[in-house]
Design a protein around this ligand. Structure first.
Ligand code: PLP
Length: 391
């Protein structure tokens, strides 16, 4: 008998919305022109990009010319850090970020430290993964050129006080970047209210296609291009545009605007039911991340005395797709840097699971998961000498 497959890994990626596929389809063949070409084929493609840019800009209260399309969230993060570091080299060489950023920020910071003489302060977070704005203030030096703090964490779902940090940066005349990859299309994003100068997003997290993202760059911000070799994106990002991808991104954002309030309400209910069900039915379990300031779709739990990978395999056999942490670090033996940062013991960190919910999940999915997970954990613990010893 075929088992029904149930997906709980929407933070890793999402299925493309059928309306998005419909919107993209003509741009693979009928309207295939290069947007830089002067003929009508090219101009039609260019118009499609302009329309997508305009509608996305409107949603986040930005100007159209402040949006640069990229190949995804990673490029937007890398572009910010390297572009600002190079453009602002005369002003200073210090960047502030946090210990729980996505690797697209952390690894780029490490690269800049090693190869570009940049100094980076990685601000610690509290046990719920929250950044204290006071700690950002303390980290500022006369050399600080950029502060980068994510709007919400991809592993534990904690939502950061971005507007407050942005205000601090603004008052000190320091650029402020936020990685909004997990919040775009879900939380309210107004670049004015959030006081952000730069913001990264990625289409595949909001039912759009993979391989397309954006960097919002506030007018007047000094940043050098990351890719060179063409006039595209007002000379800020060379390379022929991913026209179907950009059209799909535009459509995905439009749909998210229409659907997000109702969806978030449903996601929050399912999330809370799942958290309650796990904590009540599995002993030695704990929730990671902030209890209330968290993404509507994120559940991250530690279930002591069982290996995350073993749980994933067993869940997969029951048709359930989940994750042990961020998609990028799955399969690595290193404990998650995020769980480490919130003080989860490295041994216990390996016993963690992330369930991220999305638009196709139902209450029945949650009931099914709550029926399966305690049994899997019980069976695995039955083989754990450590668990037996603890009893
Ligand atoms: N930033 C965050 C917070 C993410 O969750 C991800 C993807 O998991 C990225 C950046 C990278 O985005 P992309 O996959 O579009 O490169």
């Amino acid at each position: 008998m075929d088992i029904k497959k149930r997906y709980f890994d929407y933070a890793a990626t999402t299925p493309v919305h059928p309306e998005v596929i419909k919107a993209m389809r003509p741009y693979f063949d009928d309207i295939f022109g290069n947007p830089s070409s002067v003929h009508s084929f090219g101009q039609e493609a260019k118009t499609a990009i302009t329309n997508a840019r305009d509608s996305i800009a409107k949603v986040i209260h930005a100007k159209s010319e402040e949006i640069v399309f990229t190949s995804g969230g990673t490029e937007a993060d890398n572009f910010t850090l390297s572009g600002v570091a190079e453009a602002m080299a005369k002003k200073g060489n210090h960047i502030i970020t946090t210990t729980i950023e996505h690797h697209a920020v952390i690894e780029m910071c490490k690269f800049l430290e090693k190869h570009r003489g940049i100094k980076v302060t990685y601000v610690q977070v509290d046990k719920n993964g929250l950044v204290d704005p006071e700690d950002i203030i303390k980290a500022i030096t006369s050399q600080t050129i950029l502060i980068s703090v994510m709007q919400a964490n991809n592993e534990i779902g904690t939502i950061e006080p971005i507007a407050e940090i942005g205000k601090i940066a603004r008052e000190k005349g320091i650029y402020f970047h936020t990685d909004a990859v997990q919040t775009f299309g879900s939380l309210e994003i107004d670049v004015e209210k959030l006081n952000v100068d730069l913001l990264s997003a990625s289409a595949h997290k909001l039912y759009g296609p993979k391989g397309v993202g954006l960097l919002y760059i506030r007018k007047g911000i000094r940043i050098l291009p990351y890719l060179h070799g063409g006039e595209q994106e007002r000379r800020r990002r060379a390379s022929t545009e991913n026209v179907p991808g950009i059209v799909g991104f535009g459509k995905a954002v439009e749909l998210a605007e229409q659907e997000k309030h109702e969806r978030n309400e449903h996601l929050t209910k399912m999330r809370d039911k799942l958290i309650k069900g796990i904590l009540e039915n599995i002993d030695e379990s704990q929730l990671n991340g902030h209890p209330t300031k968290r993404l509507p779709n994120n559940v991250n739990v530690t279930l002591k005395y069982v290996e995350g990978e073993s749980m994933l395999l067993n869940l997969d056999l029951e048709g359930i797709a989940a994750s042990t942490g961020s998609a990028c670090s799955s399969g690595s033996l290193e404990p998650s840097h995020v769980l480490k940062a919130i003080g989860v013991n490295p041994e216990v960190a390996h016993s963690s699971l992330r369930f991220s919910l999305g638009r196709l999940n139902t209450d029945e999915d949650i009931d099914y998961l709550l029926g399966v997970l305690p049994r899997i954990v019980k069976n695995l613990r039955a083989m754990s000498p450590l668990y037996k010893k603890s009893k």
